[in-house]
Design a binder for this molecule. Structure first.
Ligand SMILES: [Zn+2]
Length: 153
């Protein structure tokens, strides 16, 4: 099971050193790609669908990750006992909680929450960063910054 220490060891790393398959298109959103390599997710379309390379492929699309969460909800409704989960941020109407779907829009982002901190891939800084939930909530300006939790698949 991934720990905060494991994630701290990835701080500052570029996706090129995390994805052994060799997919690192700078024009693409790499948040789901990072989360999926770290947690071993291979739902839907993976980086192997983009390039041929060695190693284990991983999911690269946020909207293909969200439906696989065991449970989802608004960040405010996250059970206190849920100390490790995925965290999503996008405009609230993009999310359908009962259908467990996120619309495939550009402004959506995902990170890993463990014990009060969020690790995610900053596309602007092109590296793994660590933030508090309050800092993460400013990843997009309102109204694109509604946060949701997802129980890790
Ligand atoms: Zn990859």
């Amino acid at each position: 099971m991934i720990t905060a220490l494991d994630l701290d060891a990835l701080l500052g790393r570029e996706i090129t050193s995390i994805c052994t398959v060799g997919y690192s298109n700078r024009n693409d959103n790499r948040c789901a790609h990072f989360v999926s390599h770290v947690l071993g997710y291979q739902f839907g379309f993976t980086c192997r669908g983009m390039v041929e390379g060695p190693g284990t492929p991983a999911t690269i699309r946020v909207h293909e990750l969200f439906p696989h969460c065991a449970s989802v909800g608004t960040w405010e409704s996250k059970p206190a006992i849920l100390n490790r989960c995925l965290v999503f941020i996008t405009k609230a109407p993009n999310v359908n909680l009962s259908a467990k779907t996120i619309v495939n829009v550009p402004r959506k982002h995902v990170g890993i929450f463990i014990g009060g901190s969020i690790w995610h891939y900053s596309n602007t800084r092109d590296q793994v960063v660590k933030q508090t939930p309050a800092e993460f909530s400013r990843h997009y300006a309102p109204p694109d910054n509604a946060m949701f939790y997802g129980e890790m698949p």
